[in-house]
Design a protein around this ligand. Structure first.
Ligand code: DAH
Length: 344
């Protein structure tokens, strides 16, 4: 019996040493140490032993058990560590692999142009204001010296909602609203970007909805030369330092005198080309000295205050700056078109 047990231990330890998987290890455990395992089977014969031999064999059997199960546990640890190591290898992440590209959006080209113009005028001490797109007849026309029945109302085909309510045809009503808010007491330096609406049929140069930026400067002793200085700054900022401007006499009911401003054509540098239709100049905005009636209606004393105003179209400015030949491109929003103007 003693020899049998020693033999079992030798055999078990040899098998444990060779085993390569946890499953096989478990089979060994069952075969040697299990309820029907070889040690138990040998010990069944204990009854035939003498009283002296029994404890000796019992002790030996316990030692053999401990040896074997110690070897199994040791091997189990080794195999488990190896398995974990293999799994880690398999699941390793290469953090240096390039990731999926993230697509970034960017501001709409008109937003960029408007923000650029805002930045310029904020730097010159102007504030940025807003006004409603659904406007009253009073602010859109009357407060701007365009009483009912005035022929100049026809210059702007209007979407009327009721007799008194309309979609603003220009951002000029914000002039009247701002001066009223200041109650005729304080200087005003403001610009107002926003959407405006006209009953036009859409084509390459017309859109029923487009953008304008209004400007208004009211203070003591404001002169035409101040207007010219500010607008020159603006033209150079938008179109480059070597641009010239010129003012041509024009008519707007809310300014007197009124002018239209041209910038020298940047395509031909003023020599004349197809973009400027051979004139060397490109019309860019309307402006003038605020009409005394407009100042008075808004509560400003024209003996003390004077002002200038201007109105420009960021759509047109973007078209000139980037050579875009169809205003509808801004509103149909083809991403291939818009993407060209995203800043990196
Ligand atoms: N409101 C005019 C328009 O839509 C543009 C304009 C011209 C605005 C002269 C002004 C100005 O403030 O002084 O055609």
């Amino acid at each position: 019996m003693k020899e049998q047990l020693v033999e079992i231990q030798k055999e078990a330890l040899a098998k444990v040493a060779e085993v390569e998987t946890l499953k096989e290890l478990q089979e060994i455990q069952v075969a040697f140490l299990g309820r029907k395992g070889s040690i138990t089977t040998v010990l069944r014969g204990m009854g035939k032993l003498s009283a002296e031999e029994r404890p000796v064999i019992g002790e030996l059997a316990n030692n053999v058990r401990e040896e074997i199960s110690g070897a199994i546990q040791g091997k189990q640890t080794v195999l488990e560590e190896a398995a974990l190591e293999e799994q880690l290898q398999k699941e390793a992440i290469d953090v240096t692999l390039p990731s999926y590209p993230v697509k970034f959006g960017g501001p709409h080209i008109l937003t960029s142009i408007i923000e650029d113009i805002e930045d310029l005028f904020i730097g010159l001490g102007f504030e940025v204001r807003e006004g409603p797109e659904v406007e009253t007849d009073y602010y859109n026309f009357e407060a701007l010296n365009l009483p009912k029945g005035h022929p100049a109302r026809d210059m702007q085909d209007t979407f009327y909602i009721t007799n008194e309510l309309l979609l603003r045809t220009h951002t000029s009503p914000v002039q009247a609203r701002t001066m009223q808010a200041y109650k005729g007491q304080q200087p005003v330096r403001m610009i107002c970007p926003g959407k405006v609406y006209r009953r036009d049929n859409d084509d390459a140069t017309h859109s029923h909805q487009f953008n304008q930026i209004e400007g208004l400067y009211v203070d003591k002793n404001v002169r035409m030369s101040d207007l010219k200085g500010i607008l020159t700054e603006f033209a150079k900022h938008m179109f480059g330092q070597d641009r010239d401007i010129r003012l041509r006499p024009s008519f707007f009911p809310f300014t007197e005198p009124s002018v239209e401003m041209d910038i020298s054509c940047k395509v031909c540098n003023g020599k004349g080309c197809s973009v400027c239709k051979g004139t060397g100049w490109i019309e860019i905005l309307g402006a003038g000295m605020v009409h005394p009636k407009v100042l008075e209606m808004a509560g400003y004393d024209t003996k003390v205050y004077s002002g200038f105003a201007f109105g420009m179209g960021p759509d047109r400015i973007a078209m000139l700056k980037y050579g875009i030949d169809d205003i509808r491109q801004f509103y149909t929003n083809d991403i291939r078109f818009l993407k060209q103007y995203h800043k990196a």
